[in-house]
Design a protein around this ligand. Sequence first.
Ligand code: ADP
Ligand code: MG
Length: 601
Amino acid sequence: MPDIIRLLPDSIANQIAAGEVVQRPASVVKELMENSIDAKATSIRLIIKEAGRILIQVIDDGSGMSETDARMSLERHATSKIRSAEDLFTLRTMGFRGEALASIAAVSQFEMKTRQAQNELGTLLVVEGSDVKRQEPTACEKGTSISVKNLFYNIPARRNFLKSNPVEMRHILEEFQRIALAHPELSFSLIQGDEIIYDLTPGKLSQRVVALFGKSYQEQLASCQEETDLMKVTGYIGKPESARKTRGEQFIFVNNRFVRNNYLNHAITSAYESLLQENSFPFYVLFLEIDPKRIDVNVHPTKTEIKFDDERAVYAVVKSSVRLALGSHNLTPALDYSSDVNLVSKMGHAPALSREQYLEEQLGSSLQRSNLQNWEKLFEEERPAQSRLFTQTSDMPSVRMESSINRTDIPEVVEEKFVFQFQLRFLIRPVKNGLMVIDQQSAHERILFEKFLAKMQRHSGSSLQSLFPQTVSLSAADFALVMEMEREIKALGFQFDVFGKNTLVVTGMPAETAGKNEKELFEGLVEQFKQNQSSLSLPLADNLARSLAKRASIKAGQKLSPEEVGSLVEGLLSCRNPNYSPEGNTTFFILETSKIENYFK
Ligand code: ADP
Ligand code: MG
């Protein structure tokens, strides 16, 4: 028997590799644009004809290639970006596999013009299905221009598999947007047919978002910034009220590389807690910076999947940073478009927490820390005496200490005489940049909700003994429901015993609900719980806390004493998420001085 194993010719090996790397026109766009970025281009132009079927051209002003490199770049596993396996763990470039150009040239009619700055003449290369047809010196601009014509011309099956033009174009747009978002410092343009779709000038991330997705985004962005020993998070999230019903623009970048990661998606959306309506999706564009040693990007040829060595810690940091952003965005009503969050060097001086501190503290205290700093900004001009206290806190290394200072000192900040009730619905409080207007009902719901949730987490609710215990008769179904949740309801602070068939005797109720009628409140809780259950899918504790908060809260139209007004403002200020009621209604806004001034112009 003769030997039968032989090496495949390169052209076939390349075609096979292309099956993985080049799935559709958008894959070519991605690979070429990433190469331009790796080549330090400052301006990248993308030209598309027929959704990429006829032409995909990328023109950059990057480093260009020498004559030999131009030829070499088409060999499989030819790369200038890594030299050894170790380099894989310190990657800073987008490419590294050295198979993109070889693969693309194997399945298209490929033309490259490239020139390095120091050379007068550049190189022209014409390749068809891996076959080099021409290589010659040519006059061309500094940088590289690659045209990919008639993609899959030699693999009819693949060509037939392409989707309709709108679908392929959407994929191209997505790739373009990802790359343009990751590099707001570069200019990009996209020309489709004769139409200029995008012409993006260098700028800040916020400007890039608006340039890509539209002016309406200007009002919707909340800036997100957090830094820990493990990683750094920067970017923007959409305010909850701007969330869409369809999964729209959601971008996560790790070390500037776009990634898909459901686990991180979950971290982000769960940080919104109950602020999102069901089946709505928030906008986000978040950049995670992490030591390349702690991630593995070599999981998939197209490199959008990624592995973290400590997924859970990453999850916690991401979630906390989104919480922080949600908790503070209302305090800076108009986003400061002059500060650039995408430049990591301008990250500010947020004290770094160790990963352990993070996990230990979970999310709450760091939120309070940041909220405190924001409140500080809000009040500082008005109450200069407080500033010493706050400067101290921001220098303190320990989160725990800060949060305890936070809690005990806020009452001093809020003096009753500064707050008044208006129209039996609103509380008005002068602050640094205007007037803070609080909706008393939504605010109280928020305060109670957080208190009740905390009680259930501790499994101990302070309870007030009733002077005259009342009996509550329920339907069989409701009775069963209450018995199922007995432990949780008692943790809220209710005390009750079974008293005959489907009947309870309520002997105590949550301290926060003093003054309410036990029977009404208990029945109201059950009713509200059921209502929520049918319209929302909430965890049990969330639903209970929410239901009771709704039923026990101060209502619009209720006259409040000065003490009540004071403690309401104070309570809201201590909330982890003071901006919204648990149902997502706004709890307060700030009527800016400048707006007031406008009335008098
Ligand atoms: P990789 O990007 O993984 O290294 P590619 O096949 O995409 O592999 O590219 C091969 C090599 O060609 C790159 O390592 C780089 O040296 C060179 N190259 C590709 N595109 C460009 C470009 N636009 N400008 C300069 N050099 C380029
Ligand atoms: Mg590449």
